[in-house]
Design a protein around this ligand. Sequence first.
Ligand code: GAR
Length: 209
Amino acid sequence: MQKSEYPAFIIPTFIFMKRLVILISGNGSNLQSILNACVSGDLPASVVCVISNNADAYGLIRAQNAGVESIHFPKSIDETRQQYDARLANYISSKLPDYIILAGWMRLLSSNLLSVFPNRVINLHPALPGAFPGTHAIEHAYAAYQNGEINHTGIMVHLVPDEGVDNGPVLTTEIVPIYKDDTLESLETRIHQTEHRVLVQTLKTITKT
Ligand code: GAR
């Protein structure tokens, strides 16, 4: 009998794809860039769940539109931050993620969650390392430029090893220029466009390993 040119079975490529859980709190434009890149095949990964601490986050709708499981996961008033994080970690674990991406997640995570996923929690922040941690980073950079304190800003993607705010081993940074005629809105747009590209590029690199 002639030997078949084809293997007896073909292992679907999605079995090898990295599983991403994305945590959001708001608009979810960075989530959208990840979803788009997964659909186009540019990012060989699969978003297995989108979690928001905020019921009104538009990113939940984006996930639903993409046919991805989405869940509002609020902190209840009778639990501590640590208890919430442990409960969240349990839920995330049930999705068997390779990476947890904080794409506009605006809650500090404690070691009750971070220790469950060492080197697997990745944060996006709209400023360069050490500059403007926390909320309203773009507004702070814009004001600092107006005061002559900086002449550019940037973005970064980094690992989250501990409870430090927007701090940890840097995976990628990119400088974003600020121009004299920038408004806050035009700077925000440039930063978000940069984030969308750089976040996907960074995930492409790390999901290869
Ligand atoms: C992004 O600019 C992200 O860098 C920032 O929230 C925004 C979310 O936008 N994250 C932080 O400031 C974390 N400290 P999106 O919801 O449209 O993706």
